[in-house]
Design a protein around this ligand. Structure first.
Ligand code: SF4
Length: 350
């Protein structure tokens, strides 16, 4: 098996995906006439690019908006505002019929392979279905493609006649991966694809996904709640909190020298082995207390201020903008925006 760290960094060439000021607000209805009384701001003004061949990890607690973001990008949910540009085409307002041209290039792998696979269909039918819906290929060509992808994901031709319940969790996720990749997509949203698997199986599936990325030239948006999982597969990582980007950085910068208190807290909650080896050690450990506030009623100013040990007056009054604190490393925190000596704030706290 390939050692995870041996996978060479991919050389990115151009932006495959450009997300600008993306918002997804869900209306809250109330009263007899079901009037809109407010909004759940699941995705709140997010911008980033993904380069061709890159894996961009997205991390955050449950309720941070990361899965909603993945679905809005794929246009499985409509955006409230902002733009989604894929391979130079603005998809934001395309009708379903127009979107069909892009559907086969943009796929998703779900967290739970058991509920996402129809238990009444055998493996062949499950994988072939994607070709039937999205292509005009004749039956013999479809068969060739199904058999080729099944072997690529490490299943056997004889498995094609079996049903999902006859497989282990790891094998079922291989079926989901085959289904997502049979159409040669360019971009795949991986929505916690290994979270439901045993730890011993997670590395196998991650290795498989990285091998397939190299072989097929895929670009991944990899969503996880666990920083130790995204570390292995990502080139860059976004940390999300309450629908917003808290920090975005190349993988090693994020693990070795996190800038946002929320990222620091997430890293402090995972074992030292999973942290960066060259991390900056001179700071107090942050223990993440309490729960995330409701996205229907986010705190004023910085969304993290109700749990942040460094919060000061400005944090409740002004929303921190995402600021480049080092080349390619951005954080949305007032400790890094306009405070002359951010270190003194940290020292003050400890
Ligand atoms: Fe903490 Fe203030 Fe930074 Fe928000 S802006 S993370 S509350 S220090």
């Amino acid at each position: 098996m390939k050692v995870l760290e041996e996978v060479k960094p991919k050389v990115a060439t151009k932006n495959l995906l450009e997300i600008r000021n993306l918002k997804k607000y869900f209306p809250i209805k109330g009263g007899v006439i079901q009037r809109t009384t407010g909004h759940v701001k699941a995705v709140d003004d997010i911008s980033f690019d993904i380069q061709e061949g890159e894996t961009l990890g997205i991390v955050g607690e449950s309720g941070s908006g990361k899965s909603t973001l993945g679905r809005v990008i794929l246009r499985l949910l409509s955006a409230t505002d902002g733009t989604i540009t894929f391979d130079g085409n603005n998809l934001t307002h395309l009708k379903e019929r127009e979107l069909r041209n892009y559907r086969k290039d943009m796929q998703i792998i779900f967290q739970d392979p058991f509920s996402s696979l129809n238990s009444k269909m055998n493996v062949y039918e499950l994988i072939e279905e994607a070709l039937v819906i999205q292509t005009k290929l004749a039956k013999p060509e479809r068969k060739k493609k199904v058999e080729a992808i099944v072997e690529k994901v490490g299943l056997r031709i004889e498995d094609l006649q079996k049903y999902p319940h006859e497989f282990s969790g790891g094998q079922r996720q291989r079926i989901s991966i085959a289904r997502a990749l049979v159409n040669n997509p360019k971009f795949v949203v991986c929505d916690e694809p290994v979270s439901a698997l045993d730890v011993s199986i997670q590395a196998q599936v991650l290795n498989l996904m990285m091998d397939l990325q190299d072989e097929l030239g895929l670009t991944y948006l990899f969503i996880a709640h666990d920083l130790s999982v995204v570390k292995h597969i990502s080139d860059r990582i976004i940390v999300m909190y309450l629908g917003r980007v808290a920090e975005i950085a190349p993988k090693n910068n994020l693990y070795d020298n996190p800038k946002h208190p929320y990222t620091q807290a997430l890293l402090d909650s995972v074992s030292v082995v999973d942290r960066g080896e060259n991390r900056v050690p001179e700071r107090e450990k942050i223990v993440l207390k309490g729960t995330m506030p409701s996205p229907a009623n986010p705190p004023s100013g910085c969304a993290f201020r109700t749990r942040c040990p460094f919060a000061f007056d400005r944090c409740s009054q002004e929303r921190p903008e995402l600021t480049e604190v080092e080349p390619g490393h951005f954080a949305a925190c007032h400790l890094h925006t306009g405070v002359k000596d951010p270190v003194s704030k940290l020292v003050q706290y400890s």
